[in-house]
Write a protein that binds this ligand. Sequence first.
Ligand code: PLP
Length: 402
Amino acid sequence: MHMIRPAGRAMEIKHATRDVVPIAKEVEKSGKKVLYLNIGDPMVYDYRTPEHIWKAIEDNKQKSEGYTDALGTIGARSAVADYAKRMGVNGVTSDDVITFVGGSEAIIVSLQALMDRGENCLIPNPGYSIFSGELSFLECPPNEYYLDEENGWQPDASQIEKQINPKTKAIVVINPNNPTGAVFSKTTLKRIIDVAGSHNIVVFADETYDQLLLDDDPFTPMASIANDVPVVSTGSISKNYLAPGFRGGWIYRHDPQGILGEYFEAIKKICRLRLSTVAPVQFAMEAALNGPQGHLAPLREKLRRRRDLTFRRLNEIEGLSCVKPKGAFYAYPQINFPLQSDREFVISLVRKKGVLCVYGEGFGQKPGTHHFRIVFLPPEQILGEAFDKIEEFIKENYLAKK
Ligand SMILES: Cc1ncc(COP(=O)(O)O)c(C=O)c1O
């Protein structure tokens, strides 16, 4: 027999946060310690899932043994609707909510149900690579709008408007942002909504990190200011509730004019194909959203300290500069000395110093600029060690050659 030929479009999928791992494993095999600053998984470090979320699974064993409704349990969907209400979004009921295997599945299915081949979504650059990855799988050409590093990585609504064409179906906004840690201002978000409204386009708001705000900048859910413009918002318990392994995510729709009806029906059709969500996780999501929120203040405090260290050290290293992250747990420093590619920089950094980050090419950046993403979840001591090594690496390999 011959080698079985996979779909070409599947082979084209790239997801930089995972694609760097085999190189780090190779380095580890050679006996070198690797500091992993590549993946946004708090559980790799000193964080634990709040106990009451585990308990909800324990307490609902029997109810978790059968299939659930294909769209998620009413309990979990109502919990998301109530959460939206607490966040200032009016009019969302459990009928407007669908639960998924993490926010990732929510994004993948939402795009599958919206996009025909050749159509496009406006997606941020830099941005989280699930959007570009899934859109390329759906054979939809990229249409990326830049976030402005000079302006704290805020998007520019007038630029977004210029890039809309007859095949544009949605504007994706990731706020708080991965990979830059930016939190977008209400004024900016309102402008984007106005642009979407005047072009009959849906807003897809990825609000996965909406509880992880590190300064006083307020978070504005897009649906809370959208009035008659339709918004689909996605979230999950992975980051806010320190439960990425549970795989609990959702979308809710804000659709006062009822124009998302057919689109939502298409999402539901895909959900019915999968038969069921993961039953125990429905109870975990319900407990996370409805239960005590006491872990959040200490979590934000811990992240703030680690962010402060990261921001200070990155800007002290000759050749790097970094905009202060205001939310989530990522920093996206710029490399200010000549180099061939940031991919090569990141690979050489892990090979020579055992520090694993993700290259800017994986998230996007303006032509001629180079960045890499650092996850500042680890304890200060690990972060400090990593920054010492990055500093040495740059001195030895780039600055010495000036
Ligand atoms: C911006 C953003 N959206 C969605 C996700 C998906 O996370 P999950 O599938 O764990 O909910 C992530 C994960 O890193 C993310 O950074």
